[in-house]
Write a protein that binds this ligand. Sequence first.
Ligand code: ADP
Ligand code: GN1
Ligand code: MG
Length: 377
Amino acid sequence: MSIVLEGTILGEVLGAYDYQGAVQDVVPFGEGHINDTYLVTTEDEQGRTMQYTLQSISTNAFKNPDQLMHNIMSVTEYLREIVEKEGGNPARETLYMLRTRAGAPYVKDHKGGVWRMYLFVGDVICLQRAETPELFYESARAFGRFQRRLSGFPADTLYETIAKFHDTEDRLAKFKAALSEDRMGRAAECGEEIAFVLAHEADCGVAMSALREGKLPLRVTHNDTKLNNVLMDKETGEGICVIDLDTVMPGLSINDFGDSIRFGANHCEEDEKDLSKVQFDLPLFEIYTKGFLEGTGGTLTETELEYLPWGAKLMTLECGMRFLTDYLEGDVYFKTNRPGQNLDRCRTQFKLVRDMEDCWEEMTAIVHKIDQELKGK
Ligand code: ADP
Ligand code: GN1
Ligand code: MG
């Protein structure tokens, strides 16, 4: 039995594609903060079912869909070749974007919405929290491997899909602009958080200065390495497919490392209200470091290794600043489902930054120890 989609936007969009079978079901899916994702199930005449991911891309976040989809098409095609060469399974180890009947990489609906469709990777789990250290380790290997596999990709052919995405100095400037405008009159209730940002002004320049000085290389990076952006095999727990490729562009390896630590090296929700539950977990930091360095396979420079703890701290600080900026601006960027959610998200991030500061020496020592172990020293 197929469902009736005539006259709906979903029907209009699906009509542009040559998927297999008839559509049985379309359901909202996933817990991303940016795009709207649907799982589409179809069935052909022989009763075989197929599943697809249909996604409407946030045009608020991503201003140029042509450039965005150019990046994704070229990166996924490249990854397919690399995975094949390495004897892997390209159908599971990288996303496969469908082209429309007209050969385009995306569809624009009559209201201006931008949509893409890709094969759904089945028999996987997608975690919102590091449920076990082993799964966190597997996610680290997958993100590290992703970066290694793209190390030969020509970075200058990629567009910057969000300008200055992880430019923490620019994020600070945007925060200050939102604060001085205080459009919603919310600054008064965020005194502590505002003071926290201002006390960390100098930190915001650490990675950007190292990049300008040529100490840190620009690489092809993912830039959004949350645990729920990697699919893990349901049976083996292995991290198999890195998803959410909208922000793949030239960037810093320490940020890919750092964003995963920010999201995964703790046991709380990103918007936890009870800050006593928000604690940076050093053993998880160690486990992730091990997996990531195994995955990157010796491709990181000594300076990148030295700056990994900075990646963790800066991605957490920056993300907290972004949540706070969005709160001050009226929750216009990150999806929210309750009032005050962006402020709560900001608070968890700043608590994690404080925790990291408290164990900075241990973090540095862990990176050094694991690096030495992997180099067999
Ligand atoms: P967002 O930018 O909104 O985070 P994502 O591309 O990360 O968008 O998709 C949102 C969620 O949808 C993911 O966290 C994941 O749970 C699910 N998802 C997306 N693509 C796939 C896929 N190909 N296979 C399985 N799950 C997927
Ligand atoms: C967004 O799209 P999603 O939910 O994977 C955001 C990240 C933030 C993250 C915070 C394009 O990630 O930068 O770190 O929320 N993505 C974009 O949870 O802004
Ligand atoms: Mg996502």
